[in-house]
Design a protein around this ligand. Structure first.
Ligand SMILES: [Zn+2]
Length: 387
């Protein structure tokens, strides 16, 4: 049902290209996984996703559990059927949202910190929607993910703040590992082979703890390996790349690797070069909705972070497409002036066109990088982009 095959490996770097077969279709890796938090990649239909070339998308267990509930989605045949998407899907464990929406990341805010309570058994939290009380144990998270029915699912863990000290992280790491082991045990007992479970390597920004976590997670029989807790590294890209550098050499070659929550243009080159197969990120859609449009070289570069602000007055009468090198539906049919106008008048179409282009841009970039790997031209491509 699941098969991950590496079809090309670089001798000097950790870079690799693969084919990941799932019950709902094939993912050609490395590949970007767009995020559809509420069972919807905001403003885009499943038909758009197909047209764009999306191979798999990512949804959030925390949100779907609160609304509409996993039981209801299960009655409709699972996440894909519920939303009219017949390709592969992935869900997270809910842990990230419980901890980030519970604002534990801001330890200094005592009011918000009260929104979650952790015991060895699991996490009690208050819904960010209506304040109702909920409890997630590792077993609950996996049971909910089984009901949601995504192809790829993730073990329950705790999202650690980068403000924590090494001692503090060391203290909670055994609990996280225990939760992941319990996730795996529950999954093995109940999954019926229909879903593929990722273990998550944690340890914040500490090399020693990342190594401990890597040793433990790889000693268990997870199907795939995810690296978590790097999206909290804030603006420090070095911190993200360091973590991947520490972890990757000790991972088994044959298991697919997912990086949780990273995906700016330069990151995509750097993480793929370090051996990541798939990565999810909200940036393309989130930026799109605020009028930031991805552009390729020469216009796009490290300095402008490969984006233009379409709401700026200078685009009001521009006849250019959003990106001059993009073949997407939006770039073939609309001008910057028109999209600028849609944003200025707050027309709903603005969000749709911007999201369409931005998701296409990152999917297409992933595909091109994959082609460059297959042709031994990754370094040439990377130089063209990240000059
Ligand atoms: Zn485009």
């Amino acid at each position: 049902m699941f098969e991950f095959k590496i079809i090309k490996k670089d001798k000097k770097t950790k870079i690799r290209a693969g084919v990941f077969t799932t019950p709902h279709g094939i993912i050609k890796t490395p590949m970007y996984v767009p995020v559809g938090t509420q069972a919807s990649v905001k403003a885009l239909t499943p038909n758009d996703l197909k047209e764009i070339g999306v191979q798999i998308f990512f949804s959030n267990t925390y949100h779907l559990h609160l609304r509409p509930g996993e039981k209801l989605i299960n009655k409709f045949g699972g996440l894909g059927k519920f939303m009219g998407w017949n390709g592969p899907t992935m869900t997270d464990s809910g842990g990230y949202q419980i901890f980030s929406l519970g604002d534990r990341l801001e330890e200094k805010n005592p009011e918000r910190t009260k929104l979650i309570k952790i015991t060895n058994d699991g996490v009690k939290f208050w819904s960010h929607l209506d304040g109702s009380t909920h409890f997630f144990s590792p077993e609950d998270s996996i049971r909910i993910q089984h009901d949601l029915g995504a192809d790829l699912i993730v073990a329950f863990d705790e999202c650690l703040s980068y403000f924590l000290t090494e001692k503090e992280v060391e203290k909670v790491l055994p609990r996280i590992h225990n939760w992941e082991k319990r996730s795996l045990d529950y999954h093995k007992k109940h999954s019926k082979g229909k879903q593929f479970l990722y273990g998550v390597i944690q340890g914040a920004a500490f090399k020693r703890l990342r190594k401990i976590s890597t040793d433990y997670i790889t000693s268990l029989d997870f199907d795939g390996i995810a690296i978590g807790g790097v999206a909290n590294a804030g603006e420090s890209k070095k911190a993200i790349y360091d973590v991947i550098n520490w972890v990757i050499p000790d991972l088994p070659e044959e298991k697919p690797r997912h990086l949780l929550g990273v995906g700016e243009v330069d990151d995509i080159f750097e993480i793929i070069e370090r051996g990541i197969d798939t990565f999810d990120c909200v940036i393309p859609t989130r930026l799109g909705r605020t009028g930031f449009i991805f552009v390729s070289p020469k216009e796009g570069n490290l300095k402008n972070r490969f984006r233009i602000d379409i709401q700026k007055a200078k685009w009001a009468s521009s006849k250019l497409p959003l990106d001059q090198n993009c073949n997407c539906y939006v770039c073939q049919n609309f001008t910057r002036a028109y999209v600028h106008h849609l944003f200025r008048t707050r027309e709903l179409l603005a969000y749709r066109l911007a999201s369409y282009h931005n998701v296409y841009f990152v999917i297409n970039l992933s595909k091109k990088i994959r082609e460059s790997i297959l042709k031994d031209k990754f370094n040439v491509m990377k130089k063209e982009w990240l000059v």
